[in-house]
Design a protein around this ligand. Structure first.
Ligand code: DX5
Ligand code: ZN
Length: 218
């Protein structure tokens, strides 16, 4: 797949949320990435349905919601109702039965199915699920906050996952989330990643359009 940038709205200016959404609309970004945190699965609380709805009202590109919450199955239908097109839940928030239920429910709601893994979770845990999901989210930082330093071991994990996906003949792409920058994006793409979430790399300069262009061309 061609390289796709998904700006994380967690790094937007919440006092000017619609302005920042319009900036993403006008940019070369592929998706909007929505980081939903509950203060339980991760130490931080970000935002929930009202903010996602405000973004959905203005966004002209697909919404990709990343649920960093416990019991994610309870909320899947509500994200679908907001118009979310891609939804990822964390492997660590589910047992096997729950994860299979989440995958089925996300699919039945008509959304793309993603499963995210934390930095300390080995890629191999996803082998049983690869053929029933659309994408894997490889965390490049510990989930909870934007602006953290990229964990270098993530790069090897992307390579392992790409081999696992090919070996399973699965139709599944790799999203890297956390610490993505112009310095590492080309290497991650070479190893098999296709979608790149960018929080601080997209917004911290104050010119997301240029920053997203730089990530696409790096
Ligand atoms: C981390 C979130 C990421 C994060 C990305 O918990 O899932 O999407 O906001 O921000 P940067 O690109 O600044 O690491
Ligand atoms: Zn995220």
């Amino acid at each position: 797949m061609p390289r796709l940038i998904a700006p994380s709205m967690l790094s937007a200016d919440f006092g000017n949320l619609h302005r920042d959404c319009r900036r993403v609309n006008r940019s070369a970004a592929g998706w909007f990435h929505l980081d939903v945190m509950d203060g339980l699965f991760v130490p931080n609380i970000s935002f929930g349905f009202p903010v996602c709805k405000a973004i959905a009202e203005v966004a002209e590109k697909p919404l990709d919601a990343h649920l960093m919450i416990v019991e994610p199955w309870r909320y899947i239908e509500r994200f679908a109702a907001l118009g979310v097109k891609y939804l990822s839940v964390h492997y660590e928030a589910c047992n096997d039965r729950h994860l299979k239920e989440c995958i089925k429910l996300i699919r039945d709601c008509g959304m793309g199915v993603g499963v995210a893994i934390n930095p300390e979770t080995p890629a191999e845990v996803l082998i049983p699920y690869l053929r029933s999901i659309d994408y894997v989210v490889v965390m490049g930082v510990h989930p909870g906050y934007s602006g953290q330093k990229y964990i270098p071991e993530t790069t090897e994990k992307v390579a392992v996952l790409a081999e696992m996906i090919a070996g399973a003949e699965a139709d599944c792409f790799i999203q890297v989330d956390g610490g993505v920058s112009v310095q590492i994006i080309a290497e991650l793409e070479r190893l098999g990643a296709g979608v790149f979430v960018a929080g601080s790399a997209a917004f911290s300069s104050g010119d997301p359009k240029a920053a997203i262009r730089a990530l696409l061309e790096a």
